[in-house]
Write a protein that binds this ligand. Sequence first.
Ligand SMILES: [Zn+2]
Length: 213
Amino acid sequence: MAFRTEEKELVCAVCGESSVQTVVAEFDPDTSVPDLDMRPDEPHRSYTKYWVMECPHCGYCNASIDIPAEFTKEYPMSDRYRKPGDDLAGRFMKMSLSCEKNKVYNEAVKAALYAAWVCDDRGDEEKAAECRRAALKVYDTHKAALSEDQNIVLLAADLMRRSGDHDRVIREYRGKYFPSALYRLIAAYEVGLAVKGDSSCHKADEIPGVEIR
Ligand SMILES: [Zn+2]
């Protein structure tokens, strides 16, 4: 058992209505080798679908619907919010909108990335690139706040490369300094892939000198 889920009644922080949601109650440590964008491998990959909840009453999506929000229920009920749809990728995109509105910009970037993963699994390359570009839009819009977060700055390189903007990866990451030696190695690897015009998924342990258990 890599993880265990349970049903839990939660009260929506936006509309105040309660609903039964599936939560990951416990999980074993993840020792798998992640992709360059930190996507876990199986068996942990299977529980990423539980990283988003949706309130069935107002449509609020977030990692948990009891996370307080800086907006009223009119926002999740708006056409703009509902546009991404109700499937898993759509719920992650709506979670991204919630996080951005809540000014939790790193989570807003990551939620759009999770939507891209769902599209990757479906083989929908166009939609996956669209989700990655949405993640980059959050990154660019809130760059002042996000440039302090090295994880997000490094992740942005993968978002650019996977959505086909190889020139930008080369421009912004060639020789870029990261305090972490591991991050410098990963950034250099991203640049090398971008130079080759490679937009595909790669694993972190392919990089010479990087050992991840
Ligand atoms: Zn609600």
